[in-house]
Design a protein around this ligand. Structure first.
Ligand SMILES: *[C@@H]1O[C@H](CO)[C@@H](O)[C@H](O)[C@H]1NC(C)=O
Ligand SMILES: *[C@@H]1O[C@H](CO)[C@@H](O)[C@H](O)[C@H]1NC(C)=O
Ligand SMILES: *[C@@H]1O[C@H](CO)[C@@H](O)[C@H](O)[C@H]1NC(C)=O
Ligand SMILES: *[C@@H]1O[C@H](CO)[C@@H](O)[C@H](O)[C@H]1NC(C)=O
Ligand SMILES: *[C@@H]1O[C@H](CO)[C@@H](O)[C@H](O)[C@H]1NC(C)=O
Ligand SMILES: *[C@@H]1O[C@H](CO)[C@@H](O)[C@H](O)[C@H]1NC(C)=O
Ligand SMILES: *[C@@H]1O[C@H](CO)[C@@H](O)[C@H](O)[C@H]1NC(C)=O
Ligand SMILES: *[C@@H]1O[C@H](CO)[C@@H](O)[C@H](O)[C@H]1NC(C)=O
Ligand SMILES: *[C@@H]1O[C@H](CO)[C@@H](O)[C@H](O)[C@H]1NC(C)=O
Ligand SMILES: *[C@@H]1O[C@H](CO)[C@@H](O)[C@H](O)[C@H]1NC(C)=O
Ligand SMILES: *[C@@H]1O[C@H](CO)[C@@H](O)[C@H](O)[C@H]1NC(C)=O
Ligand SMILES: *[C@@H]1O[C@H](CO)[C@@H](O)[C@H](O)[C@H]1NC(C)=O
Length: 692
């Protein structure tokens, strides 16, 4: 990741060469800012590299707007001016077309995909059909007949495009007036009319997304080491972040390893998602539906677990990096096995995981469990299923079990089972294959979860409007909360007092899927986090290890607010993790966050306060990197390449020669270019703009 411009905006600069020919629409708009233009970047694992890249000096090609799949022949064979930079409308961004372009990459300079403003009707998933196939519990050693999604193909729509390697850059463009300029440039200059060959000048595009890392993780980590001794210039970084967890009873977080009397019921959900393009990871159904449900359930349990605490502790865990071979859960299990976590595996009583729960048909939930460990009598899955059945009584939710021999869907719980047989259930909205038709795609968004608002509401009115989706997830959260309470040993007589709050669920859905910059989030975060809230949905791509993403922080602060209590202590003591100047013990049991709160009615000054909670972060870095085992078969080995610049522009080229040499043609250097220099490091002297 380009650490200097973590939050970059890619600008696409449109610039014409002055060649005595009118530039039509392009000349009217010399710069085009495409704010949501994003690349596909290179990722590496133990054996492969996937993703995309350009040459160091960018890839240049003559624009070609692909009109149909048959039209690919122009790009690959008949077109007279290769290489081409192919503009694809999203319905044509298919595996079939992309593999043809990949195969003909000598004539393909790059691809720009125009993202639609509304979701497609048919399902699309660039992910694999069998997510995390090699790192779950179902390997040849566990039960060969269940390995490799033999029984259930979870993501049948998966094209696997996200796991292909391309030798050219692929960018996503937002469909707006700016993309219209690109189309127009193509129409005016490059389109073959009546079978004639288009003449120069031609409209061309240049995309830069050169990647520093090559081959595989072992190779790039070795490079990192070599380079580090000379200069601290890294070529790749392990994917990762931090898990967020909290417990219903304070646990001494400084004392790692086994806790004599502790027995914990783990309630888990995953945080991250991905898509084909970098940092485009809306994850509404695949991640948000589950973790918002768990946050709401944790809140619903606050009173009951304080006033009538059940014998067992409930441990809420939110895992990061699960998309990439279970980074977060494998790390927590590893830490539990190595006395490096506040509790160890012997303390784990059972696991309840909330998976994809946002798209329930007929209000049904499916309780998935593992057919292998369940055969062992000591693994009491039945009790957990009964807890869920009891919890669902009287609610508008029916809980069902899928076929007895069906293995677990992809889930963090599989990493616990890999370590030892533990009773557990994964709650999903699907009986077998995913209901989610947009798994790990850019369309798994608020629109897909059916989050919509009456027209003409202001953002703050939308924030508090309780959507049907929020009502439905509230019911699921109530079931989860009640089931956890029973599973932890609580009395059924308390269940009626355990209810998730639709007002909170709707605000969280709004905050994560529509706009994180809203008054509800603002009141629950520290003042210095304000600048991280945006008017866009939160990004759920995991990012690189040892950086805490905005998502991790948000979940940390919300979980503290929803499960913790307000502490009447000074800002100074709060930020120093203590109750008062003399206190040295509390920090082992609690964490403290100073949040900015709200401004009272006739003031503009917020009144901050301290939140005391059991919320903690723990590393979500694959153990493979601690073990320096970069070809590990047990643990995730995913790394992300670094890059220097991601950018693109369009311009007219006067001849084949110019197009190939651009932008290094010396004879062009006298001409001046009017660039928006905002993101380009300096003026590129040989790019020339039109002055009218
Ligand atoms: C892009 O961002 C600029 C400045 O932030 C803004 O003025 C412009 O309207 C945005 N363009 C689009 C297409 O959103
Ligand atoms: C790849 O391209 C070659 C020619 O360059 C062609 O013969 C071959 O059939 C193509 N393969 C596929 C899978 O399209
Ligand atoms: C699935 O497992 C069954 C039972 O072990 C086996 O007969 C079958 O060949 C397997 N199918 C695949 C595609 O591996
Ligand atoms: C690395 O990723 C590639 C592409 O998804 C996959 O085929 C391969 O099995 C992965 N390697 C390992 C060791 O998981
Ligand atoms: C985009 O184009 C439409 C019509 O083509 C026009 O009404 C609208 O104002 C344009 N938007 C911007 C931001 O230029
Ligand atoms: C293309 O052909 C049609 C009919 O053959 C003709 O009317 C039209 O003018 C031609 N267009 C150009 C740009 O030559
Ligand atoms: C050091 O890093 C640079 C770029 O980051 C790379 O070009 C070079 O090959 C690296 N050196 C070694 C020895 O790998
Ligand atoms: C927590 O554990 C640490 C390390 O074992 C110990 O020093 C500390 O006193 C403990 N605190 C409490 C409140 O148990
Ligand atoms: C928790 O208890 C307090 C007072 O005891 C009450 O005001 C609040 O509504 C309760 N919250 C929930 C979620 O039941
Ligand atoms: C819960 O705690 C009570 C009182 O300590 C005890 O009597 C009971 O057996 C415990 N229940 C379980 C399931 O451990
Ligand atoms: C959560 O945040 C709200 C808004 O700032 C505040 O009113 C409430 O007291 C907070 N709860 C806790 C436990 O800090
Ligand atoms: C507004 O502020 C004034 C003076 O600070 C105070 O007297 C008044 O009660 C406040 N009104 C409200 C609604 O808080």
């Amino acid at each position: 990741m380009d650490l200097l411009s973590n939050k970059w905006i890619v600008n696409l600069l449109v610039c014409c060469l002055f060649i005595g020919v009118g530039c039509n629409s392009v000349e009217k708009k010399i710069y085009v800012h495409l704010n949501y233009t994003v690349p596909c970047v290179r990722l590496l694992n133990a054996t492969h590299q996937i993703g995309c890249q350009s040459h160091l000096s960018g890839n240049v090609g003559v624009l070609h707007v692909l009109e149909s799949e048959e039209n690919v022949d122009w790009v690959l064979r008949s077109g007279p001016n290769p290489p081409y930079l192919v503009i694809l409308e999203s319905p044509l961004f298919t595996r079939s077309i992309m593999m043809k372009l990949k195969n003909g990459s000598s004539r393909v300079a790059g691809v720009a995909v125009v993202a639609p403003s509304a979701n497609p009707l048919e399902g699309v998933s660039p992910h694999t059909t069998c997510p995390n196939e090699n790192t779950g519990v179902y390997t040849e050693n566990y039960d060969p007949s269940l390995a490799h999604c033999n029984v259930t193909v979870w993501n049948p729509l998966g094209s696997g495009l996200s796991y292909e390697q391309f030798d050219f850059p692929i960018f996503s463009l937002k469909d707006d007036n700016d993309t219209q300029v690109i189309r127009q440039c193509y129409m005016d200059h490059n389109r073959a009319v009546n079978g004639s060959t288009p003449q120069y000048p031609l409209c061309a595009m240049q995309l830069y997304s050169h990647m520093s890392a090559v081959t595989d993780t072992a190779t790039c980590m070795r490079r990192n080491d070599i380079n580090f001794s000379i200069s601290p210039e890294m070529v790749c970084d392990p994917l990762g972040d931090y898990n967020v967890w909290a417990s219903t009873r304070p646990i001494n977080n400084t004392a790692k390893g086994h806790k004599m009397w502790e027995s914990v019921v783990i309630a888990a959900a995953r945080l991250d998602s991905r898509s084909f393009f970098f940092e485009v990871a809306p994850g509404a159904e695949s991640g948000v539906s589950g973790f918002v449900t768990l946050l709401a359930a944790a809140h619903a349990l606050r009173n009951a677990t304080q006033e009538a605490p059940p014998n067992r502790t409930i441990l809420y865990t939110f895992f990061q990096g699960e998309t990439f071979d279970y980074i977060g859960s494998s790390r927590m299990v590893y830490d539990m096995q190595n006395n490096n976590f506040a509790v160890d595996l012997d303390n784990v009583h059972s696991v309840l995981e909330i998976g994809q729960v946002g798209l329930r048909a007929d209000s049904r939930l499916w309780l998935h469990s593992d057919p292998v460990s369940r055969k062992n009598d000591s693994v009491n899955v039945r009790k957990l299923i009964e807890s869920l059945q009891t919890a669902a009584k009287g609610l508008n939710v029916s809980v069902n079990e899928p076929g007895f021999s069906q293995p677990l869907p992809p889930s963090s719980f599989q990493r616990f089972l890999r370590a030892r047989p533990i009773p557990g259930v994964v709650i999903e909205d699907h009986q077998s294959a995913f209901t989610n038709r947009f798994y790990e795609s850019m369309y798994d968004n608020a629109e897909y979860l059916n989050i919509s608002y009456p027209p003409n509401l202001t953002p703050e009115e939308q924030l508090v409007f309780v959507t049907d989706t929020a009502k439905a997830l509230t019911e699921v959260a109530t079931v989860v909360a009640r089931a956890l309470y029973i599973q932890a040993g609580g009395a059924e007589s308390q269940l009626e007092g355990i209810n998730a709050d639709p007002q909170i669920v709707t605000r969280m859905l709004y905050g994560f899927l529509i706009r994180s910059n809203n008054s509800w989030f603002q009141q629950r975060i520290p003042p210095d986090f304000m600048s991280h809230l945006t008017d866009r949905p939160t990004n759920f791509y995991v990012g690189v290890a040892q950086q805490r993403s905005e998502l991790t922080h948000l979940v940390q602060y919300l979980l503290a607010n929803l499960t913790g209590s307000t502490a009447n202590i000074s800002q100074d003591n709060c930020q120093n993790q203590r109750e008062d100047e003399k206190d040295k013990e509390s920090k082992h049991m609690y964490s403290y966050v100073w949040v900015q709160g709200a401004a009272p009615p006739n003031s503009t000054k917020r009144e901050g306060f301290c939140v005391r909670s059991t919320v903690r972060l723990s590393k979500a870095l694959s153990p493979a990197f601690d073990l320096r085992d970069y070809t590990s078969k047990n643990y995730s080995t995913w790394t992300e390449s670094r890059w220097k610049s991601i950018k693109g522009r369009i311009f007219l080229v006067a001849s084949h020669d110019l197009e190939v040499n651009f932008p290094f043609t010396p004879q062009r250097q006298h001409m001046e270019c009017r660039f928006n220099l905002h993101l380009w490091n300096r003026k590129i002297p040989n790019c020339v703009c039109v002055y009218i």
